[in-house]
Design a protein around this ligand. Sequence first.
Ligand code: G3H
Ligand code: 13P
Ligand code: ZN
Length: 311
Amino acid sequence: MPLVTTKEMFEKAYKGGYAVGAFNVNDMEMVQAIVEAANECRSPVILQVSAGARKYANPVYLRHLVAAAVETTDIPIALHLDHGADFEICKASIDGGFTSVMIDASSKPWEENIALTRKVVEYAHAHGVVVEAELGKLAGVEDDVKVEAHDAMFTSPDEVEEFTARTGIDSLAIAIGTSHGAYKFKPGQDPKLRLDILEEIGRRLPNFPIVLHGASSVPQDKVALVNKYGGAMPDAIGIPESELRKAAKMAVCKINIDSDLRLSFTAAVRQHFAQHPDHFDPRQYLGDARAMMKEEVKHKIINVLGSANKA
Ligand code: G3H
Ligand code: 13P
Ligand code: ZN
């Protein structure tokens, strides 16, 4: 099956009360871990590429890695630009074969966000590509956008109808308490999502797919593994999986996860070298990293997203 857009994925996810995972990729092992996990779970999947990933790997390499994933599986796979900062990066991604782009103008003033988002939508739709945009601000660090915790701003339900109508976007990322990175909350805190805001947005935008960024849960067993084998990660917790599960049953159709997969990858590499200090063949430790990342993706698909057997 060729690369698909997220249109049909989201229609099914909305009706079915589940979400599709959007996982960040930077290299071959990550593409393989995610796609093998999704394939074994018979789940649709979104592979997303940030500006940092484009710089690290070269978008042409990433596109061909994803083409290889498409050729070797039969599940629906979408290729998405994560946090596109301007029209040019969205256009380059569309011209380069991506099936979905995010234009992240959420830090810009209202009219500017609308005008830039509209411009991307016109170009994307003319090329059969779908567009995600954002309203509200997440705490944490995004590619080219830094938002201090105290600046974090929940999405206002009063703005969503005008924004979607004037821009023509296909999905909307909202801020309801998630944040980027592995250091979201301190242990002992009890993070909750503002599901009341999500519910109200769902009422204002019937049948419209909502996206959650910053949805890593920071699995404590992986943090413990990193720190057991020489790491020094500060104590931190993420978004409870039970909160994400509730959101996935509501209007949320796409959940972005990056940090948890990085954590699994790194935990496996650290463990590998602690157990095999003599190893120097990258296939040995990258093989372990790929396997641990794959297990984490399967866990998300089955226990958080609910997208198993929906391919
Ligand atoms: O939200 C951002 C993603 O986690 C991508 O991170 O910019 O380090 O590639 P990155
Ligand atoms: P995490 O840092 O919580 O994994 O969020 C990833 C993300 O939102 C990518 O766009
Ligand atoms: Zn994000």
